[in-house]
Design a binder for this molecule. Sequence first.
Ligand SMILES: Nc1ncnc2c1ncn2[C@@H]1O[C@H](COP(=O)(O)OP(=O)(O)OP(=O)(O)O)[C@@H](O)[C@H]1O
Ligand SMILES: O=C(CO)[C@@H](O)[C@H](O)CO
Length: 494
Amino acid sequence: MYLGIDCGTQGTKALVLDIHSGRVLGEGSAGHQLISGANGRREQEPADWLQAFELATARALQQAGVSGREVLGIGVSGQQHGLVLLDAKGEVLRPAKLWCDTESAAENAQLLDLLGGESGSLERLGVAIAPGYTVSKLLWTRDHHPEVFARIAYILLPHDYLNYWLTGRFCAEYGDASGSGYFNVRTRAWDSQLLESIDPSGALSRALPELIESHRCVGPIRPQIAELLGLNPRALVASGGGDNMMGAIGTGNIAPGAITMSLGTSGTVYAYADQPRVSPHPQVATFCSSSAGWLPLICTMNLTNASGAIRELLGLDVEAFGALVGQAPIGAQGVLMLPFLNGERVPALPQATASLHGLTTDNLTRANLCRAVVEGTTFGLRYGLDLLRDSGIRSDAIRLIGGGAKSAPWRQIVADIMGAPVACPQHTEAAALGAAIQAAWCVSHEQGEALSLDSLCERCVTLDETRGAQPDALRSRAYEGVYQRYRELVRQLQ
Ligand SMILES: Nc1ncnc2c1ncn2[C@@H]1O[C@H](COP(=O)(O)OP(=O)(O)OP(=O)(O)O)[C@@H](O)[C@H]1O
Ligand SMILES: O=C(CO)[C@@H](O)[C@H](O)CO
């Protein structure tokens, strides 16, 4: 048995994978609190993640009906880019700023200037640092909390922190590290010099963890944590990775050709690449994968947070919301929503606010509002997919995951807007599944009987034939006009 954990924004999900049958035997989840501020602050207490880890694990084991003592390995997936700061004793110094924090957007702009703009950043790091990346949070901490900054002894990403809690070892792996903004994706090494421009004393560079390969284990679980979680004290903890990297493994996206699209709190679209072919488009992030390759990705910051906001405003549950989306026609009778409630990364509009366009007395209906938010958020993903396509990435078929993928009308809208067939894996908790699969891969290496990741994915990732969607040429054509209107409104905002 392998345990896969995904520490996300809204909560932690856990699942138990039987590696021989490739079946998920049980799943569990537990929520997290979000600390929000009007200035774009989005933070979480790492202690919350630990509590949720414990609860979600207990629930998954209970549903699976297996003893935790059967667990041979644990894989952890985490929200990318979050900043966890520890003091010399390994204690958390302050709440973690998250991937969706835009309070530090000004610091990102400052660092981008230092790097010579987006082109300078692309040339030096292989990625153009964007609001939300870890590096800007370090500069923000220096300028807003100098007393905390002075005590930094370890800099970790969320999943690195959970691995540290599990094993007592400070380390990082390439996939998640590549989203830090102080990592060179071509050479797969930290860019310590960039950190020295934030702190010339060199203390930040010294606080960076050691990097390990994706197929390695961090080490055995600490006895007291094994006892707390009711797990096998000999269980090994895998390198783990960022949630998108793990989602790639959990959708079998570990070779060029496939596209994974996630309709979660963030919207992401990503592919696998076996070379770091850096796109000339600064909004395409050529991250490393957590399967020994690269992961060109685009990320939108407004997806189910925006659909959820409209849904809650109208007092609807997800079923009623989906039914209304299905009732409205393509283009929501002229109602178009730019859903940038949280600022936006792709298109690059960190300071943008959301807006509704084209309202008249005739079209202001609940159904049109629901349709407009789903279409508006999906257009953001199309905008990103166009950038990926323009960078030479194939998108013959889309593997759709995340909460929004549970909605049949949304799946059809994705197929029509992207002009590509959509398939959903059996397990939409792809990041937790990917983490469990990666754990089996890492443990097999540790035991000297290396399994191929390919064969593991083939066994554990299956598609759900009942939840696919095919694009329809007529509908796709109808969407093209609406999408061009979206692009024009985005251009005006830019
Ligand atoms: N049928 C549905 N239609 C529309 N939205 C849905 C549906 N089912 C779930 N959702 C939304 O999906 C969201 C959760 O998605 P998901 O679990 O993928 O998020 P996530 O990004 O993995 O979470 P986290 O932020 O914790 O990482 C919730 O906001 C929920 O309202
Ligand atoms: O910021 C990104 C990707 O760059 C998000 O997808 C987070 O990983 C969400 O957890």
